[in-house]
Design a binder for this molecule. Structure first.
Ligand code: CP
Length: 303
């Protein structure tokens, strides 16, 4: 396995429970105190390189940088850069490193070996969504949002529904659930499923899954990652879509999450977002606090 550079956040695998708690507690404390927890102004730049599309993660990191006193350098796809002239993603990163940013935030496809690149850099990388290999800050903001409601996640059951196979969010929760002690289960059509393993509970129907779960994470159907010929079943929403009728099966203390962007009427109906158990917009709000906490802890060697 390639050794990553110190302090990078490529996956959550090697983090301890106390490190994760520290990120979450700091983020929620900062939210409660209206962004006044940090008294340091990090001077320098953060290179935010998005080689794949993003709204939430990109603007969230940009906001977190500004709040932390870091000037973000933003790459939003190939347009206007030398990627359009054929320069590789790897060369782009190494050239940006020569400009001495404090850190990188990188979203990239599977074809890029982010861990190998990290091992060649002198500054840390935060994975902002790497193919289907992980999206650690999304999983962190998901659990921060659940902590806000429940105060503890140990023993809680989180149901993931839909396109599990192409979900980097699900990959990161597989890592994080082992550290924090929550259970994950899934409900998915065969073409979006993962190989059955002992520690992941599979549910044959959404109704059965909702009966089991404390929280449901509806996942976006990721058409851009589907191989040719894989088409969405016409009755997908009938079987796997979260609608008002089905929310009645979720516990009153349950939570409804979606990492976004949403395909309304496919994985979730728009009126479900009005349910008081929906924390979809709170997740977006919390994402900035979590990312600001990650940046601070990384810069001060506390990760
Ligand atoms: N949840 C998430 O990563 O959203 P974006 O793709 O908009 O960043």
């Amino acid at each position: 396995m390639v050794k990553t550079a110190p302090r990078s956040l490529i996956s959550l695998k090697n983090f301890t429970e106390s490190q994760i708690f520290s990120i979450i507690e700091t983020a929620l404390e900062n939210k409660k105190n209206n962004s006044k927890v940090f008294h340091t102004n990090l001077r320098g730049t953060g290179a935010l390189l998005f080689f794949e599309a993003s709204t939430r993660t990109r603007f969230s990191f940009q906001t977190a940088c500004v709040r932390a006193g870091v000037s973000p350098l933003i790459m939003d796809g190939a347009d206007g850069t030398s990627l359009a002239k054929g320069e590789s993603i790897e060369d782009t990163i190494f050239n940006l490193e020569a400009m001495r940013p404090l850190f990188f935030v990188i979203r990239c496809p599977n074809s890029v070996d982010l861990a190998a690149i990290s091992s060649q850099l002198k500054v840390p990388i935060i994975n902002a969504g790497w193919g289907i290999q992980g999206h650690p800050t999304q999983a962190l903001l998901d659990v921060a949002t659940m902590f806000e409601s429940w105060k503890d996640l140990r023993g809680k059951k989180i149901l993931f529904v839909g396109d599990i196979k192409h979900s980097r969010v699900f990959t990161s929760h597989q890592e994080l659930s082992k550290i924090l002690g929550y259970s994950i289960g899934y409900c998915a059509p065969a073409e979006f499923s993962v190989p059955k393993t002992l520690d992941i509970q599979s549910h044959s129907s959404l109704e059965q899954g909702l009966d089991w779960a404390d929280a449901i994470v509806t996942l976006r159907v990721q058409k851009e990652r589907h191989s040719e010929g894989l088409s969405l079943a016409t009755n997908y929403n009938d079987k796997y879509g979260l609608n008002i009728e089905r929310t009645k099966l979720l516990k009153p203390s349950g939570l409804i999450l979606h990492p976004g962007p949403i395909n309304y009427g496919v994985e979730i109906d728009s009126d479900v977002l009005k349910d008081p158990r929906s924390v979809v917009m709170t997740m977006v709000e919390n994402g900035v606090f979590v990312r600001e906490a990650v940046i601070h802890k990384m810069m001060f060697g506390e990760l």
